[in-house]
Structures are given as structure tokens and as C-alpha cells.
Design a protein around this ligand. Structure first.
Ligand SMILES: Nc1ncnc2c1ncn2[C@@H]1O[C@H](COP(=O)(O)OP(=O)(O)O)[C@@H](O)[C@H]1O
Ligand SMILES: N[C@@H](CC(=O)OP(=O)(O)O)C(=O)O
Length: 384
């Protein structure tokens, strides 16, 4: 039986006062069984807004870029130029970016105190969580338990700012976009606890549930989750999964708002794949789904076609006399002479989305503009 539970609340679960009170109730609901050690992210879009503010004063990119991600950074022109920013700008940037978590830690503490549960906000530097000086994607070097233990002994629930550490030079560092997950996993490791990550979604799905209907995955291996995170699934920070695997920390991804069981991430093998938006995404074409310029669409059950911009697609739809089958799905019969069989479609989908599953439910993939040329070539050379 574990004595502690680490509970991490993401930005979308803390975006207003009602939601903050809801998180406080969630913490209280665990209190009889475990002592909660809580990690918070910044309220709503706060970190992104801070990042936008920073970019108004400096032409250098801010450190809210996943430069620690080996895959995504290839696609991010900003990631490389970070190296050229001065150390002073990086220190200032991390100080600004880290403030969002302090507000939510304070607010959630106030909410618990108002409900007669003793609670106190704790900053990364207060624990302290010592990191290296790699501002923007700092690596945790040492996490001291003493300060948290002293609060626990006093029956005070610690609400710890995620994402935030302190360098040996005594400057605030940040752990990278979505870095609060890493704070939570590192604390779970230190306190021999399971790590609960609360989100606005019911768990990890076979594809982004806010873009396409997919199935919730009950059980995922660290490896499967890490691949999906590295390829752009936003559910959990890839470095948090790597850390959890190394230290054997069990992660539960659950909704902060429903009682759904969620997804367990552990070392049990799984072969479940997740579609991410790295190179391609599955799409249902409808009026609410704006189509970015230069994307290509292919369909296995019909024919394939490339459009260089949305207007071109719309013109095409008109020519095809697209019929709305139901409000969410426009069925299009393409008149393009080329046809692609399902097996080839799946092969391409696998290649372009890197990770693939539940293809049965979709008939379209959308390929990002920078990969359209490759796709076009392959459609001609490889399959047709
Ligand atoms: N495969 C996936 N499963 C679940 N959510 C996903 C997936 N891919 C992308 N997402 C997106 O990840 C987001 C993560 O949840 P959210 O609660 O918004 O994060 P945060 O922790 O920042 O508050 C959701 O908005 C969801 O649309
Ligand atoms: N607030 C930081 C850290 C973080 O982890 O956020 P979230 O848990 O909301 O993904 C960010 O936006 O990157």
C-alpha cells in the first residue's frame, strides 16, 4: 500500500475558479486513503500568453519550444536558434514563463484552505528541485524531499509548481513545454507513489479525441506512450514517460471532471498505437474543420486528390456536388481518375502519420504541406 499519491493537474483543469475548486475536491476525495502531493501547471493558456508577451520584446524565440524532443525539433525552425540566445535572455524568459504555475499553486492552496484543509504552495526553488542550466528544457539533477516532508509532518498538503526548477547558479529554470508532467513523475519516484495526471480528456485515445472520434486506451506501455508523445501527442510530456520508465513509476492519466477509468501507463507490454499529427492526420471533412493551405487529402474508398489551398478544395467540392450526409461529415465523390486501394492507403497512412491505428473508422488522411511533394511522388511511383 502506497502512503502517498502524486496528483498533477494540467492547465485546462485549472483554467477558472470553478475548475480550481473542482481540483481541490478531487484532492480531498483522496485524502483518507493517501497523503496527496500535488503538482500544478499554469491556468489555461497562461504559459502560451506569457510566451507571446516575451516574443513582443525579443526577436529571439522563447524557450517554450520542445527543443528536448528529438523528433519534433527537426520540424521546428526555432529550436536550433535557441542556442544563439544569450544566457541572460534565457534566464529572464524562464523566470517569466514559470510565473503561471505560481499563480495556480497559490490559488489551489487558497481553495483547499477555504475548505478547511491545510495547504501551502511550494515553488521549484523552495524544495529545491535542482536542474542543470539548460534553460527551456532543463534536466532534473537533484530533488530534495526535506521541505515537502516538513509540510507533510504538519498535515499540510503541498501544492508544487510544476515545470519549474532552479539551476546551480540560483536561477529559475523551466523543464520544457508540458514539463509539469516531469515534475510530477520525479516526485512520484522520490516518494514511492503512483503518479495521477489529471486532464480535460478521459485518458489517452487512439487519436486526438478533440479532432476525431477514437477509442480510449486502458493500458499502454511506456514505450508506446513515449513514441506517441515524441511524435506530437499532447497528452503527456515525452521526457516524463522516459523518466517514469527508467524509475518504474506507474502513471494514471485520468479526467479531472469525470469518473472514467482513464489510461494506465506502465511496463506491461501493449501494442496499441496512437495517431499523432506529426506528418499527417486523419480527418473528417466538414465545414467546421478548416483546412490549412497546401495540405493534401487522400481517400481509400474513393480516389485521391491533392489541393494546394482551401479555395481549390472548395471549388472542387462544388464541382463534385458534395452532399452532406450528416451535419458532421461531408461525403465527397472525387472525380479524379486515380484510385488508391485500401491497403496502399493504410501503407501511406502508416508512413505519413508514423503511428497508426483505428484506420477502419476513417477514409481520409490529411498530409501537411511540407510532405505533400513526397506523397505525390509516392502515389505516382509506388502505387499507381
Ligand atoms: N491521443 C490523444 N489522447 C488524448 N488526448 C489527446 C491525444 N492527442 C492529442 N490530445 C489532446 O491533448 C490535450 C491534452 O489534454 P489537456 O487536458 O488539454 O492538457 P493539459 O494537461 O495541458 O491541461 C487534449 O486537448 C487533447 O485534445
Ligand atoms: N505550463 C507549462 C507546463 C505544463 O506542463 O503545462 P500543461 O500541464 O498544461 O501541459 C506549459 O504550458 O508548457
Amino acid at each position: 500500500m502506497h502512503k502517498y499519491i502524486v496528483m498533477k493537474f494540467g492547465g485546462s483543469t485549472l483554467s477558472d475558479i470553478n475548475k480550481i475548486n473542482n481540483c481541490a475536491n478531487k484532492i480531498i476525495s483522496k485524502f483518507n486513503d493517501y497523503f496527496p502531493i500535488v503538482v500544478v501547471s499554469a491556468m489555461g493558456d497562461t504559459t502560451q500568453n506569457l510566451s507571446n508577451l516575451i516574443s513582443k520584446i525579443t526577436s529571439q524565440p522563447t524557450s517554450l519550444v520542445d527543443s528536448a524532443n528529438p523528433i519534433m525539433s527537426q520540424y521546428n525552425q526555432h529550436a536550433n536558434s535557441i542556442k544563439s540566445t544569450t544566457i541572460q535572455s534565457n534566464i529572464a524568459t524562464d523566470l517569466i514563463l514559470s510565473t503561471g504555475e505560481m499563480v495556480s499553486a497559490g490559488m489551489l492552496s487558497l481553495s483547499l484552505n477555504a475548505k478547511n484543509y491545510k495547504s501551502q504552495p511550494v515553488c521549484g526553488w523552495q524544495m529545491p528541485m535542482i536542474t542543470n542550466s539548460n534553460h527551456g528544457s532543463a534536466k532534473i539533477e537533484k530533488l530534495s524531499k526535506n521541505y515537502i516532508n516538513s509540510l507533510i509532518q504538519n498535515q499540510t498538503i503541498p501544492i508544487i509548481t510544476g515545470f519549474q526548477g532552479v539551476s546551480p547558479a540560483n536561477n529559475i529554470t523551466t523543464l520544457g513545454k508540458e514539463g509539469s508532467d516531469l515534475t510530477a513523475v520525479a516526485l512520484a519516484d522520490q516518494f514511492n507513489a503512483h503518479c495521477y495526471i489529471y486532464k480535460s480528456v478521459d485518458g489517452v485515445f487512439t487519436c486526438d479525441p478533440n479532432s476525431n472520434p477514437g477509442q480510449k486506451i486502458n493500458q499502454l506501455s511506456y514505450d508506446n506512450m513515449q513514441i506517441a508523445s515524441e511524435h506530437g501527442a499532447q497528452v503527456i510530456y515525452h521526457r516524463a514517460v522516459k523518466y517514469a520508465k527508467k524509475h518504474n513509476v506507474k502513471i494514471f492519466i485520468q479526467s479531472a471532471f469525470t469518473k472514467a477509468n482513464g489510461t494506465t501507463i506502465s511496463n506491461s507490454p501493449s501494442n496499441q498505437n496512437i495517431i499523432t499529427k506529426q506528418r499527417a492526420f486523419l480527418t473528417i471533412l466538414n465545414q467546421n474543420n478548416p483546412i490549412p493551405n497546401g495540405h493534401a487529402f487522400i481517400s481509400y474508398d474513393q480516389k485521391w486528390c491533392l489541393f494546394s489551398n482551401q479555395k481549390e478544395l472548395q471549388n472542387y467540392l462544388e464541382i463534385c456536388d458534395a452532399k452532406i450526409q450528416n451535419p458532421k461529415h461531408i461525403k465527397i465523390t472525387l472525380i479524379h481518375p486515380q484510385k488508391i486501394i485500401k491497403e496502399n492507403f493504410i501503407q501511406i497512412a502508416k508512413k505519413y502519420s508514423s503511428i497508426y491505428s483505428c484506420m477502419e473508422s476513417y477514409s481520409w488522411i490529411c498530409v501537411q504541406s511540407k510532405h505533400v511533394k513526397d506523397l505525390e511522388r509516392e502515389l505516382h511511383i509506388g502505387f499507381i
